[in-house]
Design a binder for this molecule. Structure first.
Ligand SMILES: Nc1ncnc2c1ncn2[C@@H]1O[C@H](COP(=O)(O)OP(=O)(O)OP(=O)(O)O)[C@@H](O)[C@H]1O
Ligand SMILES: [Mg+2]
Length: 493
């Protein structure tokens, strides 16, 4: 199917999120939608998906104007969207989840639907057995189930909002393959992304948004990547200033025989030491216990055994937990899960840490002006302390958490995918904020999917596999092959 957005405009109060955007998507075409945080990418696609109602503009489907007032309308027209937050029910199997989502439910036991599900799984996700409980799937697999769900609803245009931001390189490659396969079957795909790798691997055309407008459209073939980066964020200079950090050798953060039970897997006997000023990277295919490790160190998850020490003092143990210790900065995997309250204002969310101790908190005016300063320093847009944080774009929400957690000196920082969803310039600023913390003596536990970044900026890299530390290597002696072996459950050769 051929789709055309004509002069789509969408406002949220004062914010002009989409300003007369026109965009064409051909049949069997993969279009990459790029642009800095807050540029209006998600909003534009949510208008197309009927999640938002546009203020003005038109959608033409195969040349005919259509009205899309809800996701149900969009689905009926063959438009499907996969969001970053999955909407699967962990306790149910893959098949049950897919049956539940069928538009003609309660065709629960419908044989035909079941057969269609198996066919689609076989075609696009052959590694996933229909009777596996969703809780046992990796992040990449859950995403594939979401995709099959949309295909089972007969989508001929699939919109993916930053699908690779949570995927390890191998999982991302698999998704690229699936996207090419979708296009080969005549379906159209829009992939919103901040990663040039996604563009390289599967896009035929690129649209770049800036400030709510369409800034440029280019064919992927022969595109100059520096130019693309410039179009996205206004400068091609996005490499962080590399911090050469003196390592003190004084152990600051220590994990001793840490064990912890999780939903899908348990952490067992984790021993790690991080020195003052040291950045310890944690690599691993997602779903090997990374988020649980971060929650355990920051006190959000209860330990079964073992302890976490900060400067030799007990920080977390099976009975002691200090989830809000001001000495520790914590950037969790999903800000909306346990870092930010979506309905609360930016100024309140920025004051959320250390509530009990913070003398500023009751003083609305000081809270407000501090929020203004922080939002300025960390470039959170729109710069409105009164706005509910849930209304920020994904990247700006991430920046809000970073601002709160990294704007004051910490003794230790746990950063779980801290640059997730950030445009290249914002990602650079986050790295620099992390380096600054390390320079001032913090121990940094940095969980990442990006091996190149880990190899460039971490001092040592620990690999997590099935809830255990499979190995720890000095970054200078590690390479992708080594790490890849450990990540896949192998040993060092
Ligand atoms: N529900 C909402 N209410 C108010 N403002 C909103 C809402 N959704 C989006 N906005 C605003 O619209 C603008 C565009 O946001 P959008 O989420 O489309 O950006 P984006 O390009 O997807 O950014 P990111 O890369 O960070 O995900 C932002 O200024 C954002 O704050
Ligand atoms: Mg977005």
């Amino acid at each position: 199917m051929q789709l055309e957005l004509v002069s789509v405009t969408k406002r949220f109060g004062q914010t002009l999120a989409n300003d007369a955007v026109s965009l064409f998507i051909g049949a069997g075409e993969v279009l990459a939608l790029l642009g800095e945080n807050g540029a209006g990418k998600s909003t534009l696609m949510k208008c197309l998906y009927g999640y938002y109602r546009m203020d003005s503009g038109q959608i033409l489907l195969d040349g005919r104007a259509v009205s899309i007032a809800s996701p149900r309308d969009a689905m009926r027209l063959g438009i499907g969207m996969v969001f970053q937050q999955f909407s699967l029910i962990p306790a149910l199997t893959v098949r049950e989840n897919l049956l539940l989502a069928y538009p003609q439910a309660p065709a629960w036991h419908g044989r035909a639907n079941s057969a269609a599900i198996l066919r689609l799984l076989g075609e696009f996700a052959p590694d996933i057995a229909a009777d596996t409980p969703v809780a046992e799937l990796s992040v990449g697999q859950k995403q594939q189930v979401e995709l099959v769900k949309v295909l089972n609803q007969q989508a001929r245009l699939v919109i993916l909002d930053e699908p690779t931001s949570v995927l390890a390189p191998e999982e991302a490659q698999r998704l690229h393959g699936i996207i090419r396969q979708l296009a080969a079957t005549g379906r159209s795909v829009v992939i919103i992304t901040h990663k040039l790798e996604d563009v390289r691997a599967c896009a035929q055309r690129v649209a770049v948004m800036r400030g709510g407008r369409l800034a440029a459209e280019v064919k992927e073939t022969g595109v100059d990547e520096r130019r693309l980066v410039e179009l996205m964020v206004g400068t091609a200079d996005v490499a962080p200033a590399v911090a050469v950090l003196p390592q003190s050798g004084i152990t600051r953060l220590e994990l001793r025989k840490l064990s912890c039970r999780g939903e899908a897997l348990n952490l067992r006997g984790i021993d790690l030491q991080i020195a003052a000023g040291e950045i310890l990277g944690v690599a691993g295919v997602s779903g090997n216990g990374q988020d649980l490790l971060a929650d355990a160190v920051s006190g959000l998850a209860a330990l079964d055994e073992g302890e976490v020490l900060l400067d030799g003092e007990l920080l977390q143990g099976p009975v002691t937990r200090h989830p809000d210790d001001p000495r520790l900065g914590y950037i969790p995997e999903y800000p909306l899960k346990n870092a930010v309250a979506a309905e609360m204002s930016n100024s309140l969310n920025l004051a959320l840490r250390g509530l009990a101790r913070d003398p500023l908190f009751p003083d609305r005016q000081r809270r407000w002006s501090r929020a203004e300063d922080l939002m300025e320093a960390y470039d959170v847009r729109p710069r409105d302390p009164g706005l509910a944080s849930g209304r920020l774009s994904g990247g700006n929400l991430q920046k809000l958490v970073i601002a709160r957690e990294l704007s004051q000196p910490r003794r230790a920082v746990v950063a779980c995918y801290p640059t997730m969803g950030l445009d290249l310039q914002a990602a650079r600023a986050v790295y620099e904020a992390l380096f600054r913390q390390a320079e001032e003596g913090a121990a940094i536990l940095w969980i990442s999917e990006d091996l190149d970044d880990l190899l460039s900026y971490a001092h040592r890299i620990a690999v997590l596999y099935h809830g255990r530390v499979a190995g720890v290597l000095p970054a200078a002696q590690a390479d992708r092959t080594h790490l890849g072996q450990l990540m896949a459950g192998g040993r060092l050769s």
